[in-house]
Structures are given as C-alpha cells and as structure tokens.
Design a protein around this ligand. Sequence first.
Ligand SMILES: CC(=O)N[C@H]1[C@@H](OP(=O)(O)OP(=O)(O)OC[C@H]2O[C@@H](n3ccc(=O)[nH]c3=O)[C@H](O)[C@@H]2O)O[C@H](CO)[C@@H](O)[C@@H]1O
Ligand SMILES: C=C(OP(=O)(O)O)C(=O)O
Length: 494
Amino acid sequence: MDMLIIRGGIPLAGNVRLAGAKNASLPIMAASIAVSGLSQLRRVPHLADVSTLTQVLESLGAVVTRDLSTGELTITPPHATTGIADYDLVRRMRASVCVLGPLLARWGKAVVSLPGGCNIGHRPIDLHLKGLVALGARIRIERGYVHAEATRLHGAEIYLGGPFGSTVTGTANIMTAASLARGITRISAAACEPEIVDLGNYLNAAGARITGHGTPVIEIEGVDELHGVEHEVIPDRIEAGTMMIAAAATCGDVLIEDAQPRHLSAVIDILRQIGVTIEPSSTNDGRTGLHVSGAAHLNPADCTALPYPGVPTDLQAQLTALLCLVPGISVITDKVFPDRFMHVPELLRMGAQIRREGASAIIAGPAHLSGTNVMASDLRASAALVIAALAAEGESVIRRVYHLDRGYEKHDEKLRQLGAQIQRTTDHPEALPESLRMTGESTMEQHKIEEISSRFTPPFQNQPTKPHFLSDGYSIARPMVSQSDDSSGPVVDL
Ligand SMILES: CC(=O)N[C@H]1[C@@H](OP(=O)(O)OP(=O)(O)OC[C@H]2O[C@@H](n3ccc(=O)[nH]c3=O)[C@H](O)[C@@H]2O)O[C@H](CO)[C@@H](O)[C@@H]1O
Ligand SMILES: C=C(OP(=O)(O)O)C(=O)O
C-alpha cells in the first residue's frame, strides 16, 4: 500500500493543469452501455475509479481501450450482456450503480449489486429505484442485488427530491434510461451539477433529445437508439477547488489551467471571503484558468456545503483543513452528507482544534499544525490531509492514499511540480523518517473512538498550544455555538 511523506511549510507556486472530471467521466462511461455505436471519450482522467468502471463495463461485455498518453478512452458496447454488475466490483466504487439505468434501458435487464456502506455517510439508492419504477421497471432486491427488468421503458413525471436535496448519480441514471424510453420524461428536482450537464451533452451528441439539463427540470424525449459519439469530458472542478485551497493554505501563487469559473462560483466566493485572491487568467499558449494567491492574513468563515451551485460537499474536508489555519472561529456545515467528517479526528492529530456539532464542524484557529502520522479514510478526506500536511510544520505521513488515487490524477506529481516536498513510497517502517515511525499502527477503530470522544470533549480544552480565539471573526460563530445542546458546554469558555 502506498503512503505519502510530505514536508510542509513550502508555498506552492507555478501552473497546474486539470484532469477531466471523475464525476462526469464515470456516468458517461456507464451511459456508453446504452449507446449502439462506439463512444470515443477524450480527457478521461487516469484514476483507480476509471479502471474499476472499465472492469465493470468489460464484465458486461464491452470492449474498452485507452491511450494513456492522450487520455482517450474508447468503448465498444457489448453485442449481448448478462447485465450483471458483481458485488466484488461495485463494492470498490459506488458510481458502478450508474450502469443500472443504461443496462435496463438498452438491454431490458440489470442485476446490480447494492453498493454497500460508505465512509462519508448513509448513501441509499431509493431515489434511483423510484425513478426507474416510474419509467416502468419491475424491481426487486434479492441477496444484496437490485434485479430490474422492463421490456421497454416509458416516459413519466419523476420528482427526484430527497431529504438532502436531489441525487446526482440518480439523475444520471434516470436521464440516461429515459433517453431510450418511449415518450416524454420530465424530471423535477433534478441535480444541476456540471457533470449532469456534461452527461446530457454526451447523450445529445449520441442522438438523445434532452433539454433543461443543468436546471432542476430536465425534459427528455425518448428515442429508439443512440449512436456512436465523440465527446470531451469537462475539467474537474473538484480538483480545481482542491488546488485552489492548497494554494491558499500554503500562502502560494498558482495558476490553475482550464479551471472553469462558472463551475466554481460558490468556491471562489467563499475563498475570497476568507481573503484569498482569485482572478481569471490565461497562459502563454492561450489556455484560460484561475490565478490563486494566498494571503498572510485570512478571515474565518461560516460555510455550508450544498447541492450545486452551492459549495460542493466534495470540497468540505479541504475547506475544513484550510479554516484550521485561519484566526478566529469558523463553522462548516455539510447539508449533503451530514456525517462526512472522518477527516476531523486526523486533523486533530495534527493539532487542529475542531468540534463536531451534528452536521457542522466548529473550527478554532489558527492552529499550529505539526506533521505526524495520519490515515486517509476516504477520497476527499485524503485531499484534506494532504493540504494540512503541506501547511504543517515538519514531516507528515499519510497512509491509505489509495483513497486519493481513486479521484485525483497524479496528485502528488502535480504538487511536486508546484514545489511541494512530497514523496510516495510503499508502507513499511524503514521508509519513514525516524521521528514518524510508529510503535503501534493507528487503526480505524482508534479513529472512530477518537471521533466519538471528540463529540463529547471539546478538543479546545486539551490543546498543548495556546490558541488565539479572541480574534476578529469570533462573533461569527458565537451565537450558533452558545445555542449548542452539547453537554460539554459552549465554546465561549475557552
Ligand atoms: C460519482 C459521483 O458523481 N459522486 C458524487 C455524487 O454522489 P451520489 O450521486 O452518490 O450522491 P447523491 O447526490 O445521490 O447524494 C446526495 C444526498 O442524497 C441522499 N440520497 C441519494 C440517493 C438516494 O437515492 N437517496 C438519498 O437519500 C444521499 O444520502 C445524500 O445525502 O454526488 C455527491 C453529492 O454531490 C458527491 O459527493 C459525489 O462525489
Ligand atoms: C464521494 C465521492 O465519490 P463517490 O460518489 O464515487 O464515492 C467524491 O468524488 O468525493
């Protein structure tokens, strides 16, 4: 298993180019199974998740070839398929569930393993199933698999709102399935994410008739067949946001090539509130992007992760890492995945001062982060730990970086090009600097205990370093905190 060794304290500087979006590539690749001809996809990122979905498609009878030098991926759909997406593949990546709608629409049958547990919280697929049933599918759950059947799907009115907003991959599944249904489908409370727009554009280029993608109401007039298509995947806005936050956390100066400001308005807005300078820019060879410069003085923030166009939940952990460095009290709330805080116990190990309050993290800064051993628990938590390590004093070791490799193309290489001291090595004690060799491996169980205990013991009271609580931003969080029903008492005692 690989791990990263990072020496912090170096401002990032230079240019970095974004990969294609993971969360657009995956549903587009899955939708290719509903297309009768070849799908030639450009700018598909080289990621573990893309390899996993490739295996899912191959197990369904598709032929997938990829040119690593150009990022081009070609998918020839199957002539016939079992329609079975096996647990061993689906458990590795939830987005495998995106084959459900395309399989059902094109082949009349899908047997797809239920995705199972996830470190970022409860992730049911009830809305996906509700939408497919409305399109005429017969669905039963048996031995952990969704069995779906239909002779020909038909158009329907579908409301996709759930307790936490819409569903992104659910919208992808229904939009793709409805493209081959008989008649008109209207999805309301559809997800508006740019990745849904990209999928809609891919399907339209293949002959689908979709309008309104990118708004909460999508209309789809079903067609009999989708034909071969060429498509270039949009740049990854989450990679863009991660690099922007890394630049801010290290007080760096970075040009993020191909970043699309219109996909990042909420992120740009919150970072500007924090005090980061962000300007549209372009390179000598005419590529557009965003120029991000950190500042020595940053302001605390009150930030909520929401469905698009809000601040993405996929950047909540990275923003949490940044806000640890900011003087004053910041609050970050996740309304999409209210339990997505596995990064918090690891940030505490680095010296952060954070308390969980339900779906929020209350952050007292500035923390003097110091390098240590930490463990990645999921994709974006890994990115947050990398950011914290880049800003920390001394050396950090981040284990289980296979989570990072699921969703970031050559992340460590790109950071190295920006001047970061970051080294990838295999996880064995001799590879570590002496100071970071552990006597006992930190386990996920330990992390859970720490996380649970952190809900009851304000970490603020046990910090070895003296925090600077009484700064400008203090009043932002005070009313929210003092209303807390946490028995440990309000933060104001600090
Ligand atoms: C491959 C991909 O694109 N993954 C993204 C996608 O995941 P994914 O599509 O799985 O996330 P959803 O948009 O479905 O989930 C949003 C919320 O709705 C809830 N929900 C979802 C489906 C459902 O049937 N019922 C239900 O209640 C979820 O538990 C969650 O609280 O969107 C998330 C939210 O932007 C991102 O964090 C993920 O990176
Ligand atoms: C949660 C994510 O991905 P997935 O939905 O594939 O788990 C993510 O990209 O942050």
